[in-house]
Design a protein around this ligand. Structure first.
Ligand SMILES: *[C@@H]1O[C@H](CO)[C@@H](O)[C@H](O)[C@H]1NC(C)=O
Ligand SMILES: *[C@@H]1O[C@H](CO)[C@@H](O)[C@H](O)[C@H]1NC(C)=O
Ligand SMILES: *[C@@H]1O[C@H](CO)[C@@H](O)[C@H](O)[C@H]1NC(C)=O
Ligand SMILES: *[C@@H]1O[C@H](CO)[C@@H](O)[C@H](O)[C@H]1NC(C)=O
Ligand SMILES: *[C@@H]1O[C@H](CO)[C@@H](O)[C@H](O)[C@H]1NC(C)=O
Ligand SMILES: *[C@@H]1O[C@H](CO)[C@@H](O)[C@H](O)[C@H]1NC(C)=O
Ligand SMILES: *[C@@H]1O[C@H](CO)[C@@H](O)[C@H](O)[C@H]1NC(C)=O
Ligand SMILES: *[C@@H]1O[C@H](CO)[C@@H](O)[C@H](O)[C@H]1NC(C)=O
Ligand SMILES: *[C@@H]1O[C@H](CO)[C@@H](O)[C@H](O)[C@H]1NC(C)=O
Length: 413
């Protein structure tokens, strides 16, 4: 099918060099695209810049045409929000750029509201059978947002791309530049694959590119994030409530907060599930965390379960917390003892994790009292602290696996 053989351009170079670190790329899932010839739809439309707000034209083209191409020489100016939900059988081939304006008064008042963690987004993309590719760029114009947020923490900043109520989506060969906040949210998605995405969000000022997570997966099932390079200022990938069956493979994350489960169990009355996650072949550099699980404890929090999570083949360099479980997240020891976490953590594997930490404690497995963590496995762990001797700490759990002896007080023999 023509749709699946688009030009890869520069992005392919990155793909090749990431793949060199791990097994060759074979997605176990590819959306079953079947774009019927719909006589009411024009087959292909090409969109050039108008000089004004291109958002309504882009939206209309996507609604009316099966394939919409934005040529390489074109930068569309996106000045108003785009509701592209409920689509069917669409191919958006972005070879050029979508540049979102940094009109803060407009966007902060008009971005689509995302109730989860009180956020907004520029763009809702949803429906069934959607291919978004082309080697082009989403430019979020983030610098002004980061600078403004630094002095106004209640400023709502837009997520660049939200895959919203969607099934069978492939996002491939896209660059994402300077997102004001999260780069990607998968919100109620099923069978969504990202492949060869290049994310860059680095501030030129003294203000951080705050909260520029690569991906957040929320209430979504069967998601894959593959073969991508991320330079950002918050989680590289985060698994939020009800992220299930997620594969993360061949990522190169720099400057991030790591591959992160959670935080979970924050909101009273809510039950959060993260289950069946495999994150493998990850290179993590200059990061706050490597492989992380965090769940709330204390009074007035929620509950949930984190089950069957594997972190495998991580190469870490200068990471503050290369391996971390924190089941007393945001809770002091007294409160955690009195109100242990109701988010259980079970069947966790840290396999083949190597590299360096920036602190003596290179691995910290810390659970709530009362046996709330079970079946925690560590194998082939080789982490060092270049400035001294590395230490491995643990509390309130039993550790198994060939590296369990690194955690002598918790090792089950
Ligand atoms: C991966 O990240 C490392 C450290 O930041 C960098 O040196 C390397 O060039 C990156 N590789 C790719 C393919 O981007
Ligand atoms: C987006 O458009 C759909 C279809 O027109 C509509 O049902 C929905 O309410 C809109 N969503 C938002 C958040 O405006
Ligand atoms: C920072 O400056 C460089 C060089 O001018 C530019 O390429 C880059 O896009 C800028 N970054 C941001 C976030 O604006
Ligand atoms: C901070 O941002 C909020 C939300 O956009 C806005 O209502 C408020 O006026 C801003 N505060 C300041 C001091 O600019
Ligand atoms: C997660 O799924 C469970 C089971 O379907 C449901 O009870 C719970 O409300 C969901 N949680 C969230 C945050 O959506
Ligand atoms: C655990 O998760 C992995 C990766 O998603 C999956 O392949 C495997 O089937 C799951 N195991 C169980 C027992 O569900
Ligand atoms: C451990 O991970 C590294 C880095 O991804 C990989 O090169 C190596 O083959 C892995 N070792 C095993 C035994 O899988
Ligand atoms: C621990 O947290 C509890 C509940 O949030 C708080 O009341 C208490 O003062 C804290 N104790 C210490 C020693 O910080
Ligand atoms: C660790 O294992 C021992 C022996 O099976 C058991 O008695 C204990 O409750 C376990 N501790 C935790 C924190 O799970």
């Amino acid at each position: 099918m023509r749709f699946l053989t688009t030009s890869f351009g520069i992005a392919t170079l990155c793909l090749t060099s990431v793949v060199a670190n791990g097994p060759s790329f074979k997605p176990f899932f590819r959306p079953p695209f079947n774009f019927p010839k719909n006589p009411e739809n024009k087959e292909t439309c090409t969109l050039k810049a108008s000089g004004g707000d291109d958002a309504p034209r882009f939206l209309k083209a996507v609604q009316e045409c099966t394939t919409v191409t934005v040529p390489a020489s074109t930068t569309l100016s996106i000045q108003t929000r785009m509701n592209m939900t409920g689509l069917r059988d669409k191919h958006i081939q972005l070879e050029g750029t979508l540049k979102f304006t940094d009109n803060i008064p407009y966007w902060s008042g008009n971005g689509f509201f995302i109730p989860f963690q009180t956020q907004i987004t520029f763009w809702l993309l949803g429906g069934t059978n959607i291919l978004f590719d082309g080697g082009g760029t989403l430019d979020g114009s983030g610098q002004l947002w980061w600078d403004t947020f630094a002095s106004n923490s209640s400023l709502l900043r837009p997520i660049t791309l939200t895959i919203f109520e969607a099934e069978n989506v492939l996002v491939e060969n896209i660059h994402m530049l300077n997102s004001p906040e999260w780069n990607n949210l998968v919100n109620e998605g099923k069978n969504v694959v990202y492949n060869n995405i290049n994310i860059h969000a680095v501030s030129n000022s003294s203000h951080n590119a705050a909260n520029t997570d690569g991906w957040n997966v929320y209430r979504s099932d069967n998601i894959q994030i593959l073969n991508s390079v991320i330079v950002n200022g918050d989680d590289c990938v985060a698994f939020k409530p009800n992220a299930t069956n997620v594969l993360v493979e061949n990522l190169n994350c720099t400057g991030s907060h790591g591959i992160s489960v959670g935080s979970l169990g924050q909101f009273p009355g809510m039950f959060d599930i993260v289950e069946n996650v495999l994150a493998k072949n990850v290179r993590m550099t200059n990061a706050q965390n490597g492989a992380r699980i965090k769940a709330w404890a204390g009074p007035n929090v929620g509950s949930g379960i984190v089950k069957n999570i594997t972190f495998e083949n991580f190469i870490e360099a200068a990471v503050d917390n290369p391996i971390i479980i924190d089941q007393c997240y945001m809770t002091n020891a007294t409160a955690c003892a009195q109100f242990p976490s109701n988010t259980l953590i079970q069947d966790i594997w840290f396999n083949n994790i190597t590299g360096t930490g920036t602190k003596a404690v290179v691995a910290s497995l810390s659970c709530s009292p009362d046996g709330r963590c079970s079946d925690i496995n560590v194998n082939d762990i080789s982490l060092s602290f270049p400035k001294g001797s590395a230490s491995f700490t643990c509390q309130n759990l039993n550790v198994t696996g060939d590296a369990a002896s690194l955690f002598p007080t918790c090792a089950l023999t």
